[in-house]
Design a protein around this ligand. Structure first.
Ligand SMILES: [Mn+2]
Length: 367
């Protein structure tokens, strides 16, 4: 039997680069993607706990937009700088930090109003003398082709939180504590649907085993994240399944759409709609699921959107060897993993749905 000690997944070049970045930095700003999910929160908060354990004192966490209620209990969340509420502080912190660390994030465009400043930091890191001022730890496919050569980007990792753990572990300086473990566990758990997809790599469970030695209660974490819906959200899920779900049996596909009136009616914030896309996959013989919801076109997309002031945000899910990222990329300006992708469509959600039905036969497998 193979030993279950973790292999060195992160290359020594990347480890050296990260060590150099961290060693020289007095002030560090950690930023993650907008609408932060459990992995965005877990990887960025976990990174902060690791840095604190190294003796770094000036470490800030920035979130571009507010996290959902079901993540607000996470250790360290209360210290996060929320860019929407404190734009000046967030901008200054991001601009002035010696080192910017992006976790679960490799693109300056995914940080809402912080895009401009983050793009500047990406630019600056291209210069040889500033190359240690930016560290990227991510597991999205897109991150591999991005311009920073030293980023820690492994799309085959199920979560960025796992990569943060590996960075700490491989550095030989990991001092496991419950706060760090809670953050990492939450990210690993949420990005795998409580270890129900992307979750067959044995080493994940070696990491979980190590995290549990800190005494954290994984069942309590599950309960806080997954059994914490508000009444509105559960009713919204019911509404989606009963009234809004369309099934295309020949394509093994389901489609749910929500327009702005419906979203308003159920008082749904973006976090409340997280996960709705997964529900139809519970149906036997449904292998594709698409969820579309209307949103305003934000100021930074006005030009791209032409005349549209409304857009559809789209989530794609699939099971097995049925890629959805090609459809997301080629038709809906998005991309992502084979089984989990995102995209958008400028216009009303009904138009986006019509577009999907139009291209379905080109992108979905019928067997
Ligand atoms: Mn993630």
């Amino acid at each position: 039997m193979k030993s279950m000690i973790l292999s060195d997944k992160i290359s020594s070049l990347q480890m050296d680069f990260a060590a150099h970045c961290i060693k020289d930095a007095e002030s560090i700003a950690i930023i993650t993607h907008q609408n932060p999910d459990g992995d965005a929160m877990g990887s960025s908060l976990g990174m902060r706990y690791f840095l604190l354990s190294l003796g770094k004192t000036n470490v800030a966490n920035i979130v571009p937009t507010l996290y959902a209620d079901f993540l607000s209990w996470m250790p360290g969340a209360e210290h996060m700088i929320q860019a929407e509420q404190q734009p000046e502080l967030a901008e200054r912190t991001l601009r002035e930090a010696d080192l910017v660390i992006c976790t679960d994030l490799a693109e300056a465009t995914r940080v809402a109003s912080m895009s401009g400043v983050l793009a500047e930091r990406f630019e600056r890191a291209q210069q040889e003398e500033h190359k240690y001022s930016l560290l990227i730890i991510d597991h999205h496919l897109s991150s591999v082709s991005a311009s920073c050569p030293h980023q820690i980007a492994y799309p085959d990792s199920a979560s960025a939180s796992e990569l943060v753990f590996r960075l700490a572990y491989q550095s030989g300086k990991l001092a496991l504590n419950a706060d760090f473990a809670t953050c990492i566990y939450t990210g690993m758990m949420t990005d795998t649907g409580n270890f129900s997809y992307n979750s067959c790599q044995p080493e994940m469970y070696s990491i979980v085993a190590m995290l549990l030695t800190t005494g954290i209660n994984k069942d309590a974490i599950y309960d806080k994240v997954f059994n914490s819906y508000g009444v509105d959200r559960v009713r919204l899920m019911g509404y989606c399944l009963y009234h809004k779900m369309r099934i295309f049996p020949e394509y093994h596909a389901a489609l749910i759409t929500l327009n702005r009136r419906e979203i308003y009616r159920f008082n749904a914030k973006s976090g409340d709609m997280e996960g709705i896309v997964n529900l139809p996959l519970q149906i036997k013989d449904i292998y594709y699921s698409v969820f579309m919801r209307e949103d305003k076109v934000p100021p930074h997309q006005k030009q791209e959107a032409g005349n549209a002031n409304i857009k559809a945000k789209i989530s794609f899910r699939s099971q097995g060897d049925r890629p959805v990222n090609i459809l997301a990329r080629e038709v809906f300006h998005g991309g992502g993993h084979m089984n989990a992708s995102g995209g958008e469509f400028f216009g009303k959600v009904d138009q986006a749905a019509a577009k999907f039905q139009e291209v379905m036969r080109d992108y979905l497998l019928t067997e």
